[in-house]
Design a protein around this ligand. Structure first.
Ligand SMILES: [Zn+2]
Length: 86
C-alpha cells in the first residue's frame, strides 16, 4: 500500500478555488485514507497537494486482487479492507 498524491494547480484560478477543489477531493477520499494537505507556489501558479493512502492492491488476508474494489470488503474471504497502514 502506498501513499499517493493529487495536485490542484493553476495560474488563473484563485487560492479559494484550488482549496475548494482540494477539499472536495479530500472529502471524497475520506478521513481513514487522508494523510495531509499541503500548499506551495510554483512560479506564478498556486499548487495544493492532497496526500492520501491508495487502495490496497491485494487482500492482506487471502491475497485476492482488490484493484478497483469499491465495496470495502474482500469478495473472496469477506475480510473488511483496512485503509489505514498496519
Ligand atoms: Zn480476502
Amino acid at each position: 500500500m502506498r501513499v499517493l498524491y493529487k495536485h490542484f494547480r493553476g495560474a488563473f484560478k484563485t487560492w479559494r478555488t484550488l482549496f475548494q477543489d482540494a477539499s472536495d477531493f479530500a472529502t471524497e477520499v475520506g478521513p481513514e485514507r487522508l494523510v495531509s494537505i499541503s500548499h506551495s507556489e510554483h512560479g506564478i501558479e498556486g499548487v495544493v497537494s492532497v496526500w492520501y493512502w491508495g487502495e490496497p492492491e491485494v487482500c492482506h488476508k487471502c491475497g485476492y486482487n482488490l484493484t478497483g474494489n469499491e465495496s470495502g470488503v474482500c469478495p473472496e474471504c469477506g475480510t473488511k479492507i483496512s485503509w489505514t497502514p498496519s
